[in-house]
Design a protein around this ligand. Structure first.
Ligand SMILES: *[C@@H]1O[C@H](CO)[C@@H](O)[C@H](O)[C@H]1NC(C)=O
Ligand SMILES: *[C@@H]1O[C@H](CO)[C@@H](O)[C@H](O)[C@H]1NC(C)=O
Length: 358
């Protein structure tokens, strides 16, 4: 009886070892806020870890955070960090004070983003985001946007587990960021900010996810691939809804000669001044992040396509612009956005397309 138990347990141990040997290059990196204390509502706090200097791939993210504590968690890759002294720091992105930046010098790369009440996002099998090695990413920084000032004695350990492997993945993940510069004049129901760039790399990319980002004026943001005059929607979301990565609407290839385009539709009815594109909450942003994979193996850097919203207009370059580019149709949670901008009680033409068939 005892003998057979021993044999069984050693067999079990063997099979466990076999599993581990199968891919000894895999490991988990868990990063948690070190008992962080939010000292005011809406505080942004950062914590950094230095990563293994060898080349590694992030293959999945497991968030440890809840929506009742934080609005969102961002994960950044940095060459260096802005604040070496403190276990965590207020990273408010005030460029006048370098101590408050996420990365040293401000050169940060988004590695991932969650809104904490949104579903999490998985990379497809065989896709990894390369860090360490020769990528220039030596640190991972987590940034928590806390909801409230904590009551005395309370602290937080939110964070993320990155499932990593040192085994080179056949497909690497990357980001292509589409956006505009410029400003939004006051008292517009649906001011369009548009951008588009030809994709000029020799290697194709395959968008898998997208994320929209604006501050208070963004109603809906849409992104497209244009090939031979035909528009294919990559994503369409209200930046007032959880700003996380969503699956693309259509899985398509983007190759040399295609165009990537985005439009942010902004509502400035409550503003009596111009609102500039800029980093603070009283400024605006118009961003559409494309998360893609590619078979191209050299290191990837984030690519950018930015146009001046005052001078660049889709109409001057393209035909067949989709009628739904400023529409909330089909977006789950759109009712909240309509209410937020008081779109129901106003019926000018501008807004019709926002509400079409709602
Ligand atoms: C990493 O953590 C996940 C979730 O807890 C677990 O399923 C997985 O086996 C872990 N991987 C390693 C290499 O420890
Ligand atoms: C996103 O796509 C993946 C893979 O195609 C799928 O497994 C997952 O369920 C999708 N997520 C949502 C929220 O639709």
């Amino acid at each position: 009886m005892i003998v057979s138990f021993l044999i069984l347990s050693s067999l079990m141990r063997l099979s466990v070892c076999d599993d581990l040997d199968y891919d000894t290059e895999s490991y988990n990196l868990t990063i948690r806020m070190p008992d962080a204390v939010s000292e005011k509502p809406d505080s942004l706090l950062c914590h950094a870890v230095r990563i293994d200097p060898r080349e590694s791939y992030i293959v999945s993210y497991i968030p440890h955070a809840t929506a009742d504590v934080a609005h969102h968690m961002m994960v950044f890759g940095c060459g260096g960090i802005a604040n070496y002294e403190e276990p965590y720091w207020a990273c408010s992105e005030n460029y006048k004070n370098p101590e408050t930046l996420v990365c040293d010098g401000g050169q940060k790369q988004v590695v991932f983003a969650w809104a904490l009440d949104a579903p999490s996002f998985q990379f497809p099998k065989g896709v990894g985001l390369r860090v360490g090695g020769t990528t220039g990413i030596n640190y991972i920084v987590i940034q928590l946007h806390y909801k409230e000032k904590f009551s005395p004695g309370r602290s937080d350990n939110s964070g993320v587990t990155l499932q990593m492997t040192r085994t080179r993945q056949p497909k690497q993940a990357g980001f292509y960021v589409i956006g505009t510069s410029g400003y939004i004049p006051p008292k517009h129901l649906a001011f369009p900010m548009e951008t588009a760039c030809e994709y000029t790399n020799d290697y194709p990319i395959y968008p898998i996810g997208y994320r929209t980002h604006s501050h208070n004026l963004g109603v809906v943001t849409s992104g497209y691939r244009i090939r031979d005059g035909r528009w294919t929607e990559l994503g369409r979301m209200s930046p007032q809804l959880p700003e996380t990565f969503y699956n693309v609407t259509n899985l398509v290839e983007v190759k040399h000669g295609d165009v990537l385009a985005a439009r942010c539709t902004m509502n400035s009815m409550k503003r009596d001044r111009d609102t500039n594109i800029g980093p603070t909450n009283s400024d605006e942003m118009c961003n559409f992040y494309v998360l893609y994979y590619t078979y191209w193996q050299p290191n990837l850097e984030a690519q950018f396509c930015f146009r001046d919203a005052q001078t660049f207009h889709w109409n001057d370059y393209f035909e067949n612009i989709p009628g739904t580019a400023s529409s909330l149709v089909g977006i789950s949670g759109a009712e909240k956005v309509i209410e937020m901008f008081d779109l129901n009680s106003r019926l000018p033409e501008e807004v019709e397309q926002l509400q079409e068939t709602m």
